[in-house]
Design a protein around this ligand. Structure first.
Ligand SMILES: [Zn+2]
Length: 197
């Protein structure tokens, strides 16, 4: 009987897990939306005292300090090396012209013209904006041999890089959209609109 109860409990727990996860992600994404709405463009230039899109000096905060200044979902990915659920990022199918920045510190990471549709469920790029914008670290977790990519300024976990990307680099930077901020390229946007008229 005890064995049966234990088995039943285990099954109930396993069954409840996806539900918990869904609810958790849902609250995270609704929170993200609110944050994004308030931090677009100019106001996002100063999210916290270490956030800057122009200052390239390294940012060294403790996890405790990061926890105070980052939204929960950004903290979970950037500092706890979490992974957002595939197909949940607003940047997954998003092809506006502009620049992607680290959502934790404001460091410029990728240009929109290096973004491509990888079909993997996460925003993907074939090349970072500069050699110093990204740090590469071997990652042996989850029984896999991967290369982790971190922000070159604040070491936020961004995602991984794989060698199955398109030309010219052959690389696929698979990035969690939660840790990306996007700013439109004003000039390009104007040109695009003129071209549409
Ligand atoms: Zn950063």
């Amino acid at each position: 009987m005890d064995l049966f109860v234990a088995k039943y409990l285990r099954m109930a727990l396993i069954g409840a897990l996806p539900l918990l996860f869904t609810q958790c992600s849902f609250s995270q994404s609704s929170k993200k939306r609110v944050v994004t709405a308030h931090t677009d463009m100019e106001s996002s230039d100063k999210k916290h005292s270490s956030y800057s899109r122009t200052d390239t000096s390294k940012v060294n905060l403790t996890d405790e300090e990061w926890k105070k200044v980052l939204p929960d979902d950004v903290y979970y990915i950037a500092r706890m090396k979490g992974t957002e659920r595939p197909w949940t990022s607003k940047f997954e199918e998003f092809y506006e012209a502009g620049t992607y920045y680290c959502a934790a510190c404001g460091n410029a990471l990728f240009k929109s013209d290096t973004k491509f549709d990888s079909g993997c469920g996460w925003p993907s790029f074939y090349e970072p904006i500069s050699k110093t914008s990204i740090i590469y670290t071997p990652d042996h977790s989850h029984g896999m041999e991967r290369t982790e990519v971190q922000c070159g300024r604040c070491k936020a976990h961004l995602g991984h890089v794989f060698e199955d990307g398109p030309k010219p680099t052959g690389l696929r930077y698979c990035i969690n959209g939660v840790v990306l901020d996007f700013a439109k390229a004003a000039a390009t946007e104007k040109k695009y609109k003129e071209g549409q008229e």
